[in-house]
Structures are given as structure tokens and as C-alpha cells.
Write a protein that binds this ligand. Structure first.
Ligand code: SAM
Ligand code: SF4
Length: 315
């Protein structure tokens, strides 16, 4: 279904939990978050029913996210349930990669088509410092396991942070030399924990073009602009929500773990979807799509309109 600005809304991002085993400094506080009760979080049946009604309105791709989706107990069952919705052409997941060594084969078997793995640094100490709990080794091993069990088109997402990982751009690019990986640099957005970070942390994705002058333009893939180094197998993507906002190409809506539909990441507007009949659900989803704002004002106000943290929305 189209929204009021002619955008075909075909992607539903589903956050399955706010919980996470990491505490990335730009996303979550040191003490984590209060654990929600089971009643607060949508059941797998409720998520699947919402996804089915959304599929009837034109949703074709579902991405599972969080918090960390792999900490939700029984997540493989949910993957199977969503994959069995006939209209859904692609099921993917955004994960911090820490549990992939154990989960990659199960995810493949449960019908997950693609993975986005977050990885902000290739330095073990910096990795531990940024995630406060994580081990780089686990994630690198998880990425290899995903490759071994047959995942292709895997995307590694690095949030570009001035003074933290901008000197690592060439090292990230080397990962694409002989592997079928897309490394994507995402501009840091000022929301939640990073809302008041120093301005030097917020780098334009142009920093990547400067650091890698040999990059050749490949194409535009949704919200990312893709490049490749000559002779390299994989690609480098830039996702610039701040410096070159891509709202006119935004084709997604978001479901939070507690059952609210967010038409826009950076808006406070939320439509509650719990306790509705199928018809009420369809009406609510239609209204949500039609209320999707034209664009965010992040780069003018340097402030997101959302009242949630990123771990509650899923990115
Ligand atoms: N835990 C999973 C992970 O890290 O991939 C999924 C949820 S996480 C909230 C989704 C993505 O949002 C991650 O790639 C993370 O780096 C990104 N993210 C979190 N806060 C951000 C911010 N302020 N600006 C840009 N990206 C952010
Ligand atoms: Fe967890 Fe992902 Fe947030 Fe890091 S970015 S704290 S891994 S939800």
C-alpha cells in the first residue's frame, strides 16, 4: 500500500525484545533496562497475526531486530511462523552477531534469508570498551559461521563515530576484498544515549569517500548508496540519514516489542496494535501507513522526535 507521499510501504521491522547482552555506549545505559514482564511483550502468535494482516496490505519483507533478537527465547519458532506467511518474500535479521556461532545454522534452517550484523570496530579492546560486555572474537567467529552455513549477501553495519572508528575505514574495506560481504557505514544519529554526544562524533559518510578515494559507484540499494573498490568482491555502502536524508525512499514501518506501530523512526507517533480484531488491526495499519510523515527534521534540529531509545525501536 502507498502512503500519502506515493511511497510503497513494503518492509516491516519487528523488534522482538528490548533486552540485549551488549550495552553499546551510543544505544544503552551501563545498567541495561528493566526487564519487561511477559504480558508487556507481544507473543509470537500476536506478532505473526500483525505480520499477516500487514502482508495483506503489501508488506513483502520482514526484518527481525531488537534489542538483540537472539536473546528472545524461542526466536527460531517465530522465524518459522513468519516465514510461513505466503506473501512474505524475505525474512532477515539484524543482530549484534555475538550468538551467531550457535544460531547461524538454526536461523538458516528456520527460513531466515539474510543477516545484517552490527560491527563498529575491528579492534578487540575498542570493541569491548564500546559494547561494555562484548568480545570481538565471538562476532568474527559468528560471521564466519554464517558464511559456512550458507548465508549470502550478509551486511556488516558499522556506525561511523568520529574519534572512535573513522581511522578503521580502510580496514573495514579490506573485509570486502575476497568475501561476499557488504560493509555499510551508518551515520550516528542523535537519539537516546547519543543525543548529547559531542559534535565531533557525528561524522558525515563523506568521510568514507575521503578515506577510500578509489571507490567506484555501484548503485543505490534502498537507503544505502553502494560502492566497490576495483577488483574487490564485496561492496561498501553508505547510509546517510543525517547528511543526505533518504526519507523520500523510506519504505518501512516498525513494530515495537510492546505492540506499538511506529510509522517513522524519528517521530513520537505510535499506534497501539494490541487487543484488536483482525478488521481493527487492518484499519489501524492502514491509518498508520497514511500517517507516515514526509520526512524527519534530524539534520535541522539535531534532535530526534522519537521518545524511545534505539534498543526499543530496533534501528
Ligand atoms: N542488537 C542488534 C544490533 O546491534 O544489530 C539489533 C538492534 S540495534 C538497535 C540496530 C542497529 O541500530 C545497530 O546496527 C546499531 O549500531 C544501530 N544504532 C543504535 N543506535 C544508533 C544511533 N544512535 N545512530 C545510528 N545507529 C544506531
Ligand atoms: Fe544491543 Fe544492538 Fe543496542 Fe548494541 S546497538 S546495545 S547490540 S541493541
Amino acid at each position: 500500500m502507498q502512503d500519502n507521499y506515493g511511497r510503497e510501504i513494503s518492509v516491516l521491522r519487528i523488534s522482538v525484545t528490548d533486552l540485549c547482552n551488549y550495552r553499546c555506549k551510543y544505544c544503552m545505559g551501563e545498567d541495561g533496562i528493566p526487564k519487561r514482564t511477559h504480558r508487556d511483550v507481544l507473543s509470537f502468535e500476536e506478532i505473526t497475526r500483525i505480520a499477516s494482516v500487514a502482508a495483506g496490505l503489501g508488506i513483502r519483507k520482514i526484518r527481525l531486530t531488537g534489542g538483540e533478537p537472539l536473546v528472545r527465547r524461542g526466536i527460531l519458532d517465530l522465524c518459522r511462523m513468519l516465514k510461513s506467511i505466503p506473501e512474505i518474500k524475505e525474512l532477515s535479521m539484524t543482530t549484534n552477531g555475538s550468538f551467531l556461532t550457535d544460531f547461524a545454522a538454526g536461523l538458516k534452517d528456520a527460513g531466515v534469508d539474510r543477516l545484517n550484523i552490527s560491527l563498529d570496530t575491528l579492534d578487540p579492546e575498542k570493541f569491548h570498551s564500546m559494547t561494555r560486555t562484548g568480545s570481538l572474537e565471538d562476532v568474527l567467529h559468528g560471521i564466519e559461521t554464517a558464511e559456512q552455513v550458507g548465508f549470502t549477501g550478509t551486511k556488516l553495519n558499522a556506525v561511523l563515530i568520529g574519534g572512535f572508528n573513522d581511522t578503521e575505514i580502510p580496514a573495514f574495506a579490506e573485509l570486502t576484498k575476497s568475501r561476499d560481504l557488504s560493509v555499510r557505514f551508518i551515520e550516528l544519529m542523535p537519539l537516546g544515549c547519543s543525543a548529547n554526544w559531542d559534535s565531533q562524533c557525528f561524522l558525515s559518510s563523506d568521510a568514507v569517500l575521503k578515506a577510500l578515494p578509489d571507490l567506484e559507484f555501484v548503485d543505490t540499494d534502498g537507503v544505502s548508496v553502494r560502492y566497490r573498490l576495483p577488483g574487490y568482491l564485496g561492496t561498501i555502502g553508505l547510509i546517510p540519514p543525517m547528511s543526505r536524508k533518504f526519507c523520500s525512499r523510506c519504505n518501512r514501518i516498525r513494530l515495537t516489542a510492546d505492540g506499538k506501530l511506529k510509522p517513522c523512526l524519528h517521530s513520537a507517533a505510535e499506534i497501539p496494535l494490541t487487543g484488536l480484531s483482525d478488521q481493527e488491526l487492518e484499519n489501524a495499519l492502514k491509518a498508520a501507513i497514511l500517517s507516515k510523515p514526509k520526512e524527519h527534521l534530524l539534520n535541522q534540529t539535531h534532535q530526534s522526535g522519537t521518545l524511545r531509545n534505539m534498543y526499543e525501536i530496533g534501528g
